[in-house]
Design a protein around this ligand. Structure first.
Ligand SMILES: *Cc1c(COP(=O)(O)O)cnc(C)c1O
Length: 420
């Protein structure tokens, strides 16, 4: 007897979600992406979806530019300018000047280069503050870089102690703007100001912010930043990363890896190294053109889109997801770990569940793709460009069903894979 009533409620929920989609000014952007029809993709904060234009563009670069034009393409197709051209496009998304951003290497490598560059200007000893429990590569890279100079020390602090750790004597602060698990967001403006008051330089990891949150790095007087190309920027697996060096630092910092692409005149083949201006000196070797081509298509999906509008949509999606999970999955063991206030979070939402791994595997088998972060986090990314309210309504229905029926407990969902 309860079934018809429940079905009625469910179709009302679907209709409400569709009404929200109908009012969404960004709804047409989803057509720019090639998502499988039977998948609800809530993992764009881990690997962004593929733009529909990417295969054609990569194919044109291989077939035509590489295959036919060969080495001439460095000039005729301006391959050589890809790091700065893409940097300029990303600069618009993060509130930087076009020449303050370049695309190169991975986020991890860019972190290393910038940390070593700061160490070189600060001298023989110093202190770097980073957040314990932040994305591991940041602390790994910082510790590794510091271990190469005897006088340098890493002060790894839990999130609650970061503010008090920023005090005179600290040289560098390395911090993710948005936390990879909880989505908790640091106040970039306030923390940068506090770092400066203490005489420290701030290096922001924008991996979960670029393309997701409206940033004004120059307005915040930011010093340095790095970020990822394959998350909200949709550049494809292992896409090159970016780095930002504020103009006032451009002549003061230099890369620890003096590769020829960071030289002021690479094709002069001079004997001595002379760094290029600004962020360009942080280039190292030859840019990976095929990967750059895919990243450029990813970044171009933001053409005509203000990040501010994308952020607002993602925040509405997050509010909706939190509300819907708490309404339809109440009592099923999920615990929200993402801040409830939009200004305090990024664009993903996470819940803990004691059996997060098999639960996520069961969701994925039913076409709802999010990811699991050890030991117990279910994480759902909400990129504004292609996630809809209807997606979330359907995903929460599947989540509730998987939990309520215990379907997640089938043995096949318990086998661990290398990548989670
Ligand atoms: C995803 C991510 C990275 C990725 O680093 P790679 O060098 O591209 O593997 C780095 N930092 C944070 C905070 C991330 O979320």
């Amino acid at each position: 007897v309860t079934r018809p009533r429940r079905r009625g409620q469910e179709s009302a929920g679907l209709a409400a979600a569709r009404a929200l989609d109908a009012e969404d000014p960004l709804r047409s952007l989803r057509a720019r992406f090639a998502l499988p029809a039977d998948v609800i993709y809530l993992d764009g904060e881990s690997l962004g979806a593929m733009p529909a234009a990417t295969p054609g563009r990569v194919s044109a670069v291989t077939t035509h530019e590489w295959g036919e034009d060969l080495i001439r393409s460095w000039n005729t197709h301006d391959w050589i300018a890809a790091p700065s051209r893409l940097g300029a496009k990303i600069a618009r998304l993060i509130g930087a000047r076009p020449d303050e951003v370049v695309v190169a290497d991975s986020t991890s490598v860019n972190l290393y280069k910038l940390i070593r560059a700061v160490m070189a200007v600060r001298g023989r000893k110093g202190v770097v503050v980073a957040e314990a429990g932040d994305f591991p590569t940041d602390a790994y890279v910082a510790a590794g870089a510091l271990s190469q100079a005897a006088g340098w020390r890493l002060d790894l602090r839990p999130r609650a102690e970061i503010a008090e750790a920023i005090r005179p004597g600290v040289d560098l602060l390395v911090l993710s703007h948005v936390h990879y698990k909880t989505a908790a967001r640091h106040d970039l403006v306030a923390v940068t100001r506090k770092a400066h008051e203490a005489g420290a330089i701030a290096l922001w990891d924008l991996s979960h912010s670029a393309g997701a949150i409206a940033l004004d790095l120059d307005g915040a007087n930011a010093d340095l930043a790095v970020g990822c190309g394959y998350k909200y920027l949709n550049g494809g697996p292992g896409a090159p990363a970016f780095l930002f060096v504020a103009e006032r630092w451009r002549e003061k910092l230099s890369s620890p890896i003096n590769g020829w692409m960071g030289h002021a005149a690479p094709f002069a083949f001079a004997q001595d190294y002379a760094p290029a201006d600004g962020a360009m000196r942080f280039l190292c070797g030859t840019p990976p053109i095929l990967s750059m081509a895919a990243l450029e298509v990813g970044v171009d999906q933001f053409d005509g889109v203000e990040v501010n509008a994308a952020e607002q949509k993602s925040q509405r999606l997050a509010d909706y997801l939190i509300f819907d999970v708490e309404a339809r999955c109440a009592g099923l063991g999920l615990q929200l770990i993402t801040p409830r206030r939009p200004a305090e979070r990024g664009c993903h939402v996470s819940f803990t569940h004691p059996d997060a791994w098999p639960v996520m595997q069961a969701l994925i088998e039913r076409g709802v793709i999010g990811d699991m972060r050890a030991p117990d986090v279910l994480r759902f990314g909400l990129p504004a460009l292609y996630v809809s309210f209807e997606d979330l309504w359907r995903a929460v229905g599947v989540l509730g069903d998987v939990l309520r029926t215990g379907a997640w407990n089938a043995p096949r969902f318990h086998a661990r894979r290398r990548v989670t």
